[in-house]
Design a protein. Structure first.
Length: 323
């Protein structure tokens, strides 16, 4: 007979058994745990008191099962299961699985916080050899995302190295607010006390992340949400290449032609026309927006930076050669 001193460990073993199989008989559980049927019944009641939805039926075919509940109860994972879940979340976060990137990243941050030290090398080794093919953005280290997500969640100041768009190295120490993914890239939105202003950082340019263990009081974001702030930041930015398109279509019709946020300014120009201005470091990115507008079949007037104008002409000649 197990003593009361064994109760916490026995309840954990019982919970693990219930999570590993759809249904157990009382006799099977008693044999596995080395206790009587009566003790199993008492332990099941203890789990129920902790809000675990354990159901039971009587008779020869009776048994116990862990049913669906209103809340997600804590899960008990063995070593192999924990490693598999961590790798799966890392792949979903870095691979940009539509609609679940942020949730995967948040879950990975929670899991890594409690992952035993002996398992971390296994997760790191497998993640390092896992290749997620993405056509719309640079690869990002899932572990780095997890650390940044944890700092956002815990309101912890974080320090890191950062390479600017001119490839100039810098050291930053910021108050992280949110991680946002847009057009295949991850961005960290944070308040930079050294510059007394909000800043966005491309995560693929961040290195040597170091949580400081110093916490901060959250600040009010000067926008409705992180995504809105990011879109506004892009719209007001001035990069090396730019394009301005006057289009004889309503702004809503042009906006509907593109998936997601447009990283630029789109403003009405009367009832049936609009002006689109987009700026970026890469002229090839702007070509996509020029092509998208031209494909709408409406009249337009285009102005662009010198290098982008040359690229548009080259692309046009190549298309004419195909036709």
């Amino acid at each position: 007979m197990s003593s009361r001193k064994d109760l916490p460990g026995r309840l954990l073993r019982l919970l693990a058994l219930l999570q590993s199989r759809r249904e157990w008989s009382g006799a099977e559980l008693a044999e596995r745990l080395g206790v009587t049927d009566r003790t199993v019944r008492r332990d099941v009641e203890r789990l129920r008191s902790l809000d675990y939805p354990v159901t039971g039926t009587t008779g020869l075919a009776g048994g116990y099962r862990l049913a669906s509940g209103k809340n997600v109860p804590p899960l008990l994972l063995d070593d192999d299961e924990a490693v598999a879940v961590a790798i799966g979340l890392a792949g979903a976060a870095a691979g940009g699985v539509a609609g679940i990137e942020a949730s995967s990243m948040s879950a990975l941050a929670k899991l890594e916080q409690v992952l035993p030290a002996r398992l971390r090398p296994q997760v790191a080794a497998v993640s390092a050899t896992e290749v997620v093919v993405r056509e719309d953005g640079p690869q990002v280290d899932p572990g780095l995302l997890a650390v940044l997500a944890a700092c956002c969640r815990d309101l912890e100041i974080v320090a890191f190295g950062y390479s600017t768009r001119r490839r100039e190295p810098s050291l930053r120490r910021v108050e992280p607010h949110r991680l946002v993914t847009l057009h295949g890239r991850w961005y960290l939105l944070a308040y930079d006390p050294d510059r007394s202003d909000w800043r966005t950082f491309r995560v693929d340019r961040i290195s040597d992340v170091a949580p400081t263990r110093h916490h901060f009081e959250p600040r009010e974001l000067p926008a409705a949400d992180a995504a809105s702030y990011l879109a506004s930041s892009f719209a007001s930015a001035n990069y090396r290449h730019w394009v301005r398109l006057e289009v004889q279509l309503p702004a809503a019709a042009v906006r509907a032609a593109f998936f997601g946020l447009i990283p630029g300014q789109l403003e009405p120009n009367g009832d049936d026309a609009c002006v689109l201005r987009v700026t970026a470091d890469s002229p090839s990115l702007l070509i996509q927006y020029v092509a998208g507008v031209v494909s709408l079949g409406a009249e337009y007037r285009l102005e662009a930076s010198e290098e982008l104008t040359a690229l548009i002409g080259e692309v046009g000649r190549r298309l004419l050669g195909v036709l």
